[in-house]
Write a protein that binds this ligand. Structure first.
Ligand code: 13P
Ligand code: SF4
Length: 325
């Protein structure tokens, strides 16, 4: 069970320069802001570190700050707390969860695991601390293929919670991992029909996709990778146009790094114009200011869970260092 201290909905003087105030509070309190690429552009611009799930965990592990403000979603902040039990971890909005993490409730997963007693459990970092505590090794989209390949070919593996990422890894590695049936609400709703139309209108555009997308989408991609891998691809590739199949927050860094290139966010299969993650987008500059000023909401975790969930995360970080990631 997770515990949260405080939830504040405070009026903020609209004349305040939030950038200035947040920078002042960071210095005064020796706080660091870690932000995921899916955050709004202004949050990315005020962050001390912006990255994918692996980069954020690595940064959390090595920070010397007393306070970590995590601009992302719960499971990311939990990972930072698990790696820094003595530090204060703040989250701007308590409601910033994750549909993928929610698709894997601990009791049901424990029963699933019990049905496969001879399997080890590899779990995508996008899950709750309770699920991490039931896992042998955590993976992210950056290191998943290498971690799976580090086990013997005949090693039986359960992979949870993302079935699309799991199917992608199975295909890449020739393994037959047993997959939990979870998905991300953002990546599962890209429309193949609209993608094909977009490509017809922009024939020179490279299609780049996150492995949380469905197989039918990935089959059309020129490049598949984690958010950091997608960003690096757009920096190095000589193409000038890219159709982006992941949460569009990442486009801010792509555009900053390659101002001469065009990035087209792929549309979902509903009537929405964009495919924002509603959880990630709950965070705002104002909420970050309030959280830093009042040091709430603070993420608190029970010691036993914290210790159990730490083991598979540490294994992942050790393997990532070994692989030079
Ligand atoms: P990465 O940034 O690690 O690729 O993960 C994407 C994601 O869905 C995070 O919620
Ligand atoms: Fe979760 Fe998907 Fe949002 Fe990432 S993009 S936080 S996996 S719902």
């Amino acid at each position: 069970m997770l515990l949260y201290k405080g939830y504040l909905d405070i009026e903020v003087d609209p004349s305040l320069d939030l950038f200035e105030e947040i920078n002042y509070l960071k210095k005064e309190k020796n706080a660091v802001i870690l932000a995921h690429y899916y955050q709004d552009a202004d949050i990315q611009d005020i962050a001390d570190y912006i990255g994918d799930s692996l980069g954020l965990a690595q940064e959390a592990q090595k920070t010397k700050a007393d306070i970590i403000l995590f601009a992302g979603v719960h499971f990311m902040a939990e990972t930072a707390k698990i790696l820094n039990p003595a530090k204060k971890v703040l989250i701007p909005d308590l409601k910033a969860g994750c549909s993928l993490a929610d698709s894997c409730p601990p009791e049901a997963f424990a029963a699933f695991k019990a049905k496969h007693p001879d399997h080890i459990v590899l779990t995508y970092i996008n899950c709750t601390a309770d699920i991490k505590a039931l896992s042998d090794v955590i993976v992210t989209s950056t290191n998943a293929v290498q971690i799976v390949e580090s086990f013997a070919k005949d090693q039986k593996i359960i992979f949870a919670p993302d079935k699309n990422l799991g199917a992608y890894i199975n295909k890449k590695t020739g393994r037959n991992m047993v997959l939990w049936n979870g998905t991300c609400m953002v990546h599962e709703i890209f429309s193949l029909e609209k993608l094909v139309k977009l490509k017809t209108i922009n024939p020179n555009a490279k299609i780049i996709a996150h492995p949380e997308c469905e197989e039918k989408i990935l089959a059309n991609a020129d490049f598949i990778g984690s958010t950091t891998a997608l960003l690096n691809y757009t920096k190095k590739n000589e193409g000038k146009e890219f159709i982006v199949l992941t949460e569009p927050g990442i486009i801010h860094q792509m555009q900053k790094a390659s101002s001469d290139k065009i990035f087209i966010p792929a549309p979902p299969n509903n009537n929405c114009a964009c495919n924002d993650c509603p959880h990630m987008k709950l965070n705002t500059l104002k909420k970050i200011y309030i959280a830093l000023k009042h040091e709430q909401p603070e993420l608190l975790m029970e010691k036993a869970l914290l210790e159990k969930a730490k083991l598979p995360i540490v294994k992942m970080l050790e393997l990532s260092t070994k692989f030079g990631l």
